[in-house]
Design a protein around this ligand. Structure first.
Ligand code: ADP
Ligand code: MG
Length: 700
């Protein structure tokens, strides 16, 4: 196939497995199509009479494409997606079957809810749960099933998933943003949506090597492993040439994502060896969340087809960069404006400046919520290490905008710098206008031209939680602003006063320096910015009254729902650490220790043989001493870790257990690891019981 033919085909198969607008337009009666579109674009409730018609059209389309089953696809609080498949088959009176799918089946499903985490919201015997069709995200076909995106809640109405709160928060920020737009005389826009683009980092390693390591198999990350002689210090991987096996995987992945209407756009190598990144084009937050879940799932599946394994863990390897997920977030009105686009003269764009002030205030006031949206046992290994944003939330807005804001605060006129050209200094190459500000890649919450990029998320996180939080906290501030401005007699002067006050009270959150530095930790403390280092420190903040109040106020979560989420996350943190500790013990007892003992015996035998012919033990004696010191140490570290695991059984309150895991179990795991990693450096390759970092990172 020629390149041009391939290119033409992309347009043909892009979205070919999606029940999208084009398909609906062709297959639905006009009034039904309009009703569905109004729901998608304006959030109006869908009339129940249209469900039957949509369901039937969906089924016909899906069956033509080879589907035999349908599934309500949802996002329980496990962080991944869940599905239960039913076939379209219905028996008829004469013993035959027909293919059927009713509006009732489209709109509502009843999976058993008892096997999904509820964080104490429900007793284990309470099993009834409902899934409800989300018409704002398109249905699609995958593996011969029609997938219907749905929300998931319990019989008594508690939310048990990640989609519902996100949808609620999108509604809330829509309403509050519209109030602000009206104040600026905009009566045209009728809907403001949250747009999101989630950049996804991941590692690819060889499947055969993966299978030889219990830690990768069971914990998704290496729990042992000495540094290879070469890591990422030469920085030769970042944006480097992509290896054939990896590029085949990427092509395959792109194709499958495109078929599902997911705009995978950029793929490149990342900083660490074997690390890569995929960036999609941005879309509505809810759809971006669905798409990111599908992307993660397909990455794993397609890697296997290429005898590779895709690692989505935040820190699969110590000593090289971990993987994050960048959540690019903005607000867009249906009159075509991106509300976070400053335009060429931001100093005159008061509407933009007001939204900017609202976001600054929201991030400053509610930073622990943002921090905890990225909290997990896996991400704790990354945040605050020298590769990812610190655990301290701050904002970067660039020096130009900062100057604009400070002029506003002081009531002075802002003098824009003259437009500079970027001069490359080679006549044959064009000069181009320089971007107004440089970037800052160490900032957790950075303004990048016409959107904010939240960089704390871990690679395996769902993006729903963080966007629910950003939407709700910004909506809260917009609502306070609107309350104040709507009652002002003189809008202009009230607006300037409000902005000056906001900047003066909240500018401590703005930091343009190096977020990776030690000085920042000290400076942040001076500014009173929280530094919630681990998940165990961050999560309890979810339940602070001030925070619960805003979620309840906007009906995004009830207190009980937040409590349940906190419980689930803390419980997950402790469980992950417990599993990792057990895997370490297993690998130590069954693999590392026996190998070291075997090597000790070999050395001792050699020493005896040498001595028998009158030679000194020399090198072997030196080595065996070191070896046996390390094995003794290892054996002690095993005992200590073992005891800690036993002790942890005394804690049954989630918060206390998580603290114990953080302060007692994790350090004991680290002690054990250090000894094992040192052992690895003196053991012969042939006796080391599993593949090393060198093989995992460089042999692909
Ligand atoms: P950058 O150079 O800042 O990485 P890109 O244009 O490559 O910028 O975008 C990075 C990510 O941000 C992409 O996923 C992109 O779709 C997303 N993005 C761009 N504009 C917006 C927006 N208005 N809202 C949300 N996400 C956006
Ligand atoms: Mg980015």
């Amino acid at each position: 196939m020629s390149e041009t033919m391939k290119k033409q085909n992309i347009a043909d198969y892009f979205g070919c497995n999606v029940f999208n607008e084009t398909v609906m337009r062709a297959r639905l009666p006009r009034n039904v199509f309009n009703a569905v579109m109004n729901t998608k674009n304006l959030g109006t409730a869908l009339d129940s009479t249209v469900a039957d018609i949509v369901a039937n059209a969906m089924k016909d389309w899906a069956v033509e494409k080879g589907a035999t089953h349908y599934t309500h696809w949802f996002q329980p609080m496990t962080g991944i997606t869940a599905e239960k498949h039913d076939s379209f088959l219905s028996p008829t009176d004469n013993g035959k079957v027909i293919l059927e799918f009713s509006g009732k089946e489209l709109v509502k499903g009843e999976p058993d809810a008892s096997s999904f985490p509820s964080g104490g919201l429900r007793a284990t015997f309470e099993a009834r749960g409902y899934t409800a069709w989300d018409p704002t995200s398109n249905a699609f076909i995958k593996d011969n099933s029609l997938y219907i995106p749905t929300a998931f809640c319990s019989y008594t109405g508690e939310v048990l998933d990640k989609k519902t709160p996100l949808l609620r928060s999108m509604e809330v920020i829509n309403q509050q943003s519209l109030r602000i737009l009206r104040l600026f005389g905009n009566n045209k826009a009728t809907r403001v949506i949250t747009t999101v683009g989630a950049e996804q980092e991941y590692f690819l390693i060889d499947k055969k090597l993966f299978e030889q390591r219990k830690d990768l198999l069971l914990a998704g990350r290496t729990l042992f492993g000495a540094k290879p002689p070469k890591g990422q210090e030469l920085e030769d991987h970042y944006f480097g040439n992509i290896k054939k096996r990896v590029s085949d995987f990427m092509k395959d992945l792109d194709m499958e994502l495109w078929k599902l209407g997911i705009f995978a756009k950029t793929e490149h190598n990342e900083a660490a060896p074997a690390q890569h990144e995929l960036a999609p084009l941005f879309t509505t937050a809810n759809i971006a969340a669905d798409h990111n879940q599908l992307t993660m799932e397909l990455m794993k599946k397609i890697a296997l087809k290429h005898d590779l394994v895709c690692l989505l863990h935040e820190k699969p390897f110590a000593g090289v960069n971990g993987s994050g997920k960048h959540n690019n977030w903005s607000l867009s009105a249906n009159d075509g404006q991106n509300l976070l686009d400053p335009g060429d003269t931001p100093q005159e764009n008061l509407q933009f400046l007001l939204f900017l002030c609202a976001i600054i205030k929201a991030v400053h006031m509610y930073s622990p919520l943002l921090r905890l949206s990225a909290a997990s046992a896996g991400n704790d290994h990354r945040l605050g290490a020298n590769e990812a944003p610190p655990a301290i939330v701050s904002m970067f807005i660039g020096s130009n905008l900062e100057d604009v804001l400070y002029a506003l605060e002081k009531g002075k006129t802002y003098l824009a710098p003259t437009n500079e050209e970027f001069v490359i200094g080679v006549d044959a190459l064009p000069n181009f206008p320089k971007d107004a500000t440089d970037r800052n890649r160490t900032s957790p919450f950075a303004f990048t031209g016409n959107k904010f990029e939240f960089r704390m998320l871990g690679s395996s996180d769902s993006i729903s939680c963080v966007n629910t939080i950003i939407n709700t906290i910004v909506a809260q501030v917009l609502s306070d602003f609107a309350d104040e401005l709507e009652k002002a007699d003189d809008f202009d002067s009230a607006l300037h006063k409000l902005m000056a006050k906001t900047i003066s009270e909240h500018k401590q959150i703005i930091f343009n320096g190096n977020g990776y530095s030690e000085e920042w930790v000290i400076e942040a403390e001076r500014r009173g910015l929280p530094n919630l280092v681990t998940t165990a420190d961050a999560l309890p903040h979810y339940l602070l009254d001030d925070y619960v109040k805003i979620f309840e106020n906007f009906k995004v979560y009830t207190r009980a729902e937040i409590a349940s989420r906190t419980e689930i996350l803390l419980d997950n943190y402790s469980k992950v650490i417990n599993i990792e500790a057990l895997v370490m013990l297993d690998m130590s007892n069954k693999q590392i220790l026996p190998s070291a003992i075997k090597y000790t015996k070999e050395l001792c035998d050699t020493i005896i043989s040498k001595k028998a012919i009158g030679l000194e033990g020399g090198a072997e004696e030196k080595l065996v001493k070191r070896l046996s010191n390390l094995t003794d140490g290892l054996s002690e570290a095993i005992d200590t870790l073992n005891q800690k695991i036993i002790d942890s059984k005394n804690y049954n309150v989630a918060q206390e257990l998580s603290k114990f895991c953080k302060t007692e179990i994790l350090p004991s795991m680290q002690t054990l690891r250090v000894l094992a990693d040192e052992l690895e450096t003196i053991m012969p390759e042939s006796l080391w019981p599993f593949p090393t970092y060198l093989e995992l990172l460089f042999m692909i």
